[in-house]
Design a protein around this ligand. Structure first.
Ligand code: UDP
Length: 273
């Protein structure tokens, strides 16, 4: 559980953070792919005490229909915190913060996807924060991009994300809850590793121009490491799959194609062929 009081110092005399990390050190991170049976794709992430599940469904028929996009699939992200995910009970009704973070996550993921391959359809991404201890939007992007890959959604690349912040005047990577609450600011960012394109950049608190540039560089470097963890998690999941799983997947793919034909009408499928 998070401490309610500000720690005496966020950075100690040795230059270490109050949880013992170096300024550029990430929390222990575990990512796992294919954790939910009912989803088309799924992933979990533990980043320090932050724990998040992501489930992907689709591409599938979009309801309500007025949201349909004629030239691409609609990427619908829903970020929610469980009522028990924070020390104060989180009210179950969707908050403005959750709605904003859902949009921010969709914007960060969209450039990585070939949504134009699935006009009129929807790709649903459900993100559930089980335990929040800082950095949930970035951890959610890490998990959601893995879940999208697990669902077989065509992607340009995975999307690693991390927050860089400032505590006691020092730039720090991957903020925990206390650093987020009592630090001087944070900059969540997400990167497409192949091109270096930054798909999420927010800022809370004040940073000088030099600090901002250094923070982005620290974040991009951390994302390279997170990208390796993401690839390892995918490889582990696929190494575990048996030939029988592949046969089942092939059958599922055929079912999916039949469903898509029914859902979208043949003409939509023909456009791509
Ligand atoms: N938080 C909380 N209650 C809430 C929302 C957030 O205690 O209703 C905590 C949670 O630990 C979260 C942190 O505040 O991770 C920072 O929230 P912020 O909005 O900065 O987003 P995040 O850093 O999680 O992306």
């Amino acid at each position: 559980m998070s401490t309610e009081k500000r720690p005496d110092a966020l950075i100690n005399a040795e230059g270490l953070r109050f949880d013992g990390r170096r300024p550029d050190e990430l929390r222990p991170i575990q990512m796992e792919v294919g954790v939910l049976k009912s989803a088309d794709g799924s992933a979990s992430i533990r980043q320090g005490k932050t724990y998040i599940l992501a489930a992907v469904y689709g591409p599938r028929e979009l309801h309500p229909r007025h949201l349909t996009l004629n030239d691409r699939a609609y990427l619908r992200c829903v970020y929610r915190m469980a009522t028990f995910s924070v020390s104060d009970r989180k009210r179950p009704a969707p908050s403005r913060r959750e709605r904003e973070i859902s949009m921010v996550i969709a914007n960060a993921l969209e450039p990585a996807l070939f949504l134009e391959d699935f006009p009129k359809a929807v790709v649903d991404v459900f993100i559930q924060v089980i335990q929040a201890d800082g950095g949930t939007r970035c951890a959610a992007i890490n998990a959601a991009s893995l879940a999208l890959a697990d669902a077989g959604i065509p992607m340009r690349s995975l999307v690693p994300a991390v927050a860089v912040g400032k505590a006691d005047g020092t730039l720090i990577v991957d903020l925990g809850d206390e650093e987020d609450k009592y630090g001087e600011g944070d900059i969540p960012l997400a990167v497409l590793p192949k091109t270096g394109e930054i798909t999420l950049l927010q800022q809370d608190g004040s940073f000088t121009r030099e600090e901002l540039l250094e923070a982005v560089q620290l974040g991009v470097n951390a994302c390279k490491y997170l990208h390796e963890l993401q690839k390892d998690a995918l490889k582990r999941a696929y190494a575990k799959r048996t030939p029988e799983d592949d046969d089942e997947d092939d059958e599922d793919d055929e079912d999916f194609e039949d469903d898509l034909e029914t859902d979208l009408g043949e003409s939509d499928l023909m456009e791509d062929e």
